[in-house]
Design a protein around this ligand. Sequence first.
Ligand code: NAI
Ligand code: MG
Length: 789
Amino acid sequence: MNINEIFANLDYGPAPEAKDMANGWLDGHGRKFGHFIDGQFTPHKKGFTSINPATEEELARISNGTKVDVDKAVKAARVALPLWQALSGFERAKYLYAIARQLQKHSRLFAVLESMDNGKVIRESRDADIPLAVRHFYHHAGWAMHVETRFKGYSPYGVCGQIIPWNFPLLMLSWKIAPALAAGNTLVLKPAEFTPLTALLFAQICSEAGLPKGVVNIVTGEGETGAAIVEHEDVDKIAFTGSTEVGKIIRKTTAGTGKGLSLELGGKSPYIVFENADIDSAIEGLVDAIWFNQGEVCCAGSRLLVHESIETIFIEKLKARMDKLRVGDPLDKSMDMGALVAPIQVQNIKKMLEQGKKEGCTIYEAKGKIPATGSFLKPTLITDVSPAHSLVSEEIFGPVLVALSFRNPDEAVALANNTKYGLAASVWSENINLALDIAPRIKSGIVWINCTNQLDASAGFGGYKESGFGREGGAEGMVSYLKRDWEAKLKPYVLEQPRKAAEVKNSSSIDHTAKNYIGGKQARGDSGYSRQVISQNGAMIGTVAEGNRKDIRNGVEAARKGLGWGSKPAHFRAQILYYLGENLDYRRQEFAERLRQLNSLSAAAAKNEVDLSIQRLFAYAGWADKYDGAVHNVPIRAIAAAMIEPMGVIGIVAPQNFALLASISMLAPAIAMGNSVVLVPSDNAPLAMTDFYQIIQTSDVPDGVINIITGGSNDLAKTLAEHDGVDALWFAGDQAGSVMVEKASTGNLKQVWTNLGKDLNWSDSEKFAGDYFLQKATQVKNVWIPYGA
Ligand code: NAI
Ligand code: MG
């Protein structure tokens, strides 16, 4: 091409990044890898190959980790654990710092290797993936210094099993490894089968940084290797990022094992553009939201919701911008989009598009060229779709944007929330009032205002609903790698033998049947059956409704109607809790008498339980306006406001013992944080809570905030666990029940807390008047707002 031609067409010339260094590293290992276990690479064994999806060339042969390999790695991590924990925070910090330095030193090699293995463009691996990974290790070197003082009373889990996907191989590795190490855990990590190379290079970095052997172990392999980690008995915590489908499998496998679990799953994040947005900025943002990393991003802004009044012009500008995107060689520094991770991913997306066509939609492909070979796809836009269309509801995980329009803000919110996912959202409007009105109404873990895809180590990242639970990054993320010391020291909880009536009384002497309490009213049980309440010494003292599925459904429906409680000012919620406490105080003698009668408590014990219940109500009234969020220091001209939001509807199943106090100890933090509740009280001493109806009614609690259904605890717990209208479930009962509710809750991946079949001393105010249940009653939404620009 001569200079005249260049001036004539102003085309880009090739600007390739050299791959010698990466090839040199691969050749140095004979292009064959084993695992990294106990500080050493094991010999290569049979497995699979990692390819470069842009060129289809084989990069290296990778070993497929077996159960035996996983076991060796877990053992190495177990042996290393006490030594690692014996180090001071300062010493651990120095290792994390050394890793960050080494990553930085080798950043070019990492970037090129990542682009070769994954297909992402070098511009992104060089400017986003690697720097963010480095930043993560620096940030967590700081946590290693401060974790002991900031999280007093917590300990690391122990050995962590970590499974990561292929879309951001090194970055996801750093999101997992940095906080785990900072908290004092050791670990076994499995990279994704499509992209194991930077994890293996990272293993080498660990050695260079002098990290003690066995602290970090990398086992390569496919799904089965991942499953072997999840199933391993000696792994204390599982952290997973990947598909919702596999997330659900892992939820089932770990149910009842006591393993910690955090899940970072899929998304179908809305990108909302109002008519008063800066349209050109919103277009540039959208390019980043959906065509960054070929759209293989869990938080991709893959659902455009655009104000009807600007729809035509916006789509027109968008198409013009799409036509300019350059797709091609990932190692070319001036490419916008590279290859998808593997041919199978391209095939799957094409299949989804075929299906979409059948359902009727318009597909627009960008005009630019794509290479004839390799896993490339054109930037694609889908229009003429309704919310029910499969391309609108399913995660595509590729460079495909679907567009819908809305007429007003309420409709935008309704469309945005019309998804099983809840990872992220972007809101574009130059009207700050509008943007900040929309942000709290969207059910997602992250909201970006007039920006998109902003991530930082200091701000928690993670989802609502089926996008998973747990956060990565910042203090919120550190909590996922720590557990309370006292939880390790509990004794098993033993169910009481069924109480038998010692004497047969004629029915006329029995109190009327206590009903359920639903939507602010006493409601007769659906079955019409009642359940006898027998005192511990065999006296028949009353009957309650035998609740069933239908009653739970009614309770949940009422609770969903009561959700407006969450947007009431915290001060107001505090007043109601104080009022509940005050009204219980008026009737403390009566409640103490009831407890004596039900559970043969001594007068002093009964009085103590009632007094503590009153104290709990006061404690959480006090917390209502004090357990609040944070403003994170992110390194761009924005703030990330970590807002504390309620979970929604919480199902609570109380244990048999502490008939009043246990229920109140869970009810109070749940409603203090703005949740509404469906409570199943102690199933052998429910009268303590049915008496409480009158306290609720005289304390101005809005209808639907507290609903109470009596009956068999484990049966009702199962219905609550399976109900998609329940956002979180707390279960205190026997071991079998704990396992059952965790298994049964996979449907909507509700967040489940159980006592793991352990006996809790509910009178311990240090544990149960503090933030233990407040943490479980809330989820953090990080709202990124431009600031100081
Ligand atoms: P995947 O969920 O199967 O893979 C993620 C990781 O889990 C990999 O390391 C894999 O080896 C491992 N794995 C697979 N089965 C496992 C099991 N039973 N137990 C333990 N570990 C297991 O995702 P895949 O098949 O690679 O991609 C399929 C779709 O999933 C994508 O098209 C996308 O829609 C979604 N996805 C979402 C991600 C996200 O970040 N939200 C990341 C990767 C995939
Ligand atoms: Mg590869």
